[in-house]
Design a binder for this molecule. Structure first.
Ligand SMILES: [Fe+2]
Length: 499
């Protein structure tokens, strides 16, 4: 998840507050907020019960009654687990109030560093998880809630929902009542129409926020960004900012040195790339996704990059049908500081991949080949509305390695004859979630070395059906739901179920 709510500082009941992380800032009195100050929680929180713990070998220890002998160390573990469980719940507290007029946060511990760079810092992330009709959605389907922290010695805070089309449809602006009608790709709604409910994709602008070219944009993985008015200081939503299609590259638009075409070389693929059949399948699937499920032909990935050396904004899109067919088409865009498109390149890769993040260096783009496949039983359930649409996919462990594609950023300047269609195969099954950084070094023999810093997890540990602990059968969020339970994963890190 990209962010947590800023208003999570008010636990309504246990655990022991001394065991919780200390918040350093809090809001001034609630009269500054809109009505509905009640905190609506995703789950009904009860006192956690002691339950499976792990021993030193990461094997579960069952603690079933209070009469079991517990030593101090074990009690400490329980306390830590209880705290972890509660922390998890606080990550997903719905926030119905908006803070339209900025309020000053008070420092309750420590101080704001005097050399803290002044400015306004923005944060977006899901703000609402439960509606007023019994539906709980996956955190990734929570409507984007934009927060601004204006820091200049003091800290001024304001927050508002991004008024996306879906938000305006699902939230009554007069009463504040929420009624979820879109399933979202990760959620199941309670009641309502299941089979044939094509309202799947909802752009909630909750994945990342970007200030560039005098504009503030809230992005979503799957559609266009929403622009926010930063002139009036009230976080008002301007509307969709069509980053991809508003720019049709024209020769006169190209800056000197820019690459003004989609590289024909880059469109070549190793092998046959699926060839004619997948072209046919793509032609069948594309109008269905666009016409019925309202998916844009190209969808942005969540994460953008800034190249400070060239002062460029870099983004990537992939094709909507890439989710369903075993090949992927990625288009990389580079904009100047005024959103002028300087270059774009398309790379067709004969793999069924799912990418949330990526990386770049001075001369290359880096894509991590997270391998996926269609899950036929999951697809059937998803189409019937009995499981989230994402259950139509699963991680594909059919190869023991993980491909990393190193793609030429400036093909015209490439000196080596390296074939980009051949990936570097990392020696284990690693699902790459986020890339922290990537950079180039030259070794003693003059060879290019690219170092990548990324957050990864084992394919065994990554499960589309259990992400974030969202249990669509119960509508609850439980971190232990993510535990691997097939008997062979005792050495994996385990979250501990305490309730
Ligand atoms: Fe992310």
């Amino acid at each position: 998840m990209e962010a947590i709510n800023a208003l999570h500082f008010f636990p309504t009941s246990k655990p022991n507050r001394s065991s919780l992380p200390t918040s350093k800032l809090y809001l001034k009195p609630a009269q500054n907020l809109l009505k509905q100050p009640n905190i609506h929680r995703v789950v009904s929180i009860t006192t956690p019960e002691p339950s499976p713990m792990l021993d030193q070998n990461h094997r579960p220890i069952n603690i079933t009654t209070n009469s079991n002998p517990c030593n101090d160390q074990l009690q400490e573990k329980i306390q830590e687990s209880v705290t972890a469980y509660w922390d998890y719940q606080f990550l997903f507290v719905s926030q119905r109030a908006e803070t339209v007029e900025p309020v000053q946060l008070q420092v309750v511990e420590g101080e704001v560093p005097s050399d803290f760079p002044p400015g306004t810092y923005y944060l977006t992330g899901p703000g609402i998880f439960s509606d007023d009709h019994g539906s709980t959605v996956h955190p990734l389907d929570g409507h984007g809630y934009l927060r601004a922290f204006k820091i200049d010695g003091d800290v001024q805070y304001s927050a508002k929902y991004i008024k996306t089309d879906a938000q305006k449809e699902e939230c009554n602006s007069e009463t504040g009542e929420w009624t979820f009608t879109y399933r979202g790709p990760f959620s199941v709604l309670r009641g309502g129409k299941k089979f044939g409910n094509t309202k799947v994709m909802k752009n909630v602008a909750n994945t990342s926020v970007l200030k560039w070219g005098g504009k503030l944009l809230c992005l979503w993985e799957g559609g266009d960004p929403y622009e926010i008015d930063i002139e009036n200081g009230h976080l008002d939503t301007v509307g969709i900012f069509d980053l991809i299609n508003r720019h049709h590259l024209q020769p006169e638009d190209v800056s000197p040195g820019g690459v003004n075409q989609i590289s024909e070389d880059a469109k070549e693929v190793s092998g046959d790339g699926g060839g004619g059949f997948w072209d046919f399948a793509s032609g069948v699937v594309k109008p269905i996704l666009h016409g019925i499920f309202k998916m844009p032909p190209k969808r942005l990935l969540s994460h953008y990059k800034i190249d400070p050396t060239l002062d460029r904004l870099l983004t990537v899109s992939c094709n909507a049908e890439d989710m369903l067919i075993p090949r992927s088409s990625f288009t990389f865009y580079e904009f100047d500081s005024n959103f002028k498109l300087l270059q774009k390149q398309e790379f067709d890769i004969p793999e069924h991949m799912m990418n949330h993040d990526w990386a770049f260096t001075e001369t290359h783009y880096v894509l991590f080949g997270n391998r996926i496949k269609l899950d036929v039983p999951g697809s059937m359930l998803a189409v019937c509305g009995l499981s989230p649409m994402i259950t139509a996919l699963s991680v594909n462990p059919n190869k023991p390695t993980s491909p990393i594609y190193v793609l030429p950023r400036f093909p015209d300047k490439v000196k080596s004859n390296r074939d980009w269609t051949t990936p570097v195969e990392a020696p284990s099954q690693m699902w790459v979630l986020h890339a922290g950084n990537a950079f180039e070094l030259t070794d003693q023999r003059g060879n290019l070395e690219i170092q990548i810093h990324a957050a990864i997890c084992s394919y065994k540990w990554f499960n589309f059906h259990k992400m974030f602990g969202y249990n669509w059968k119960t509508g609850k969020l439980d971190p232990s739901f993510m535990n691997a339970r097939n008997g062979q994963e005792n050495t994996l890190p385990h979250l501990v179920k305490v309730s």
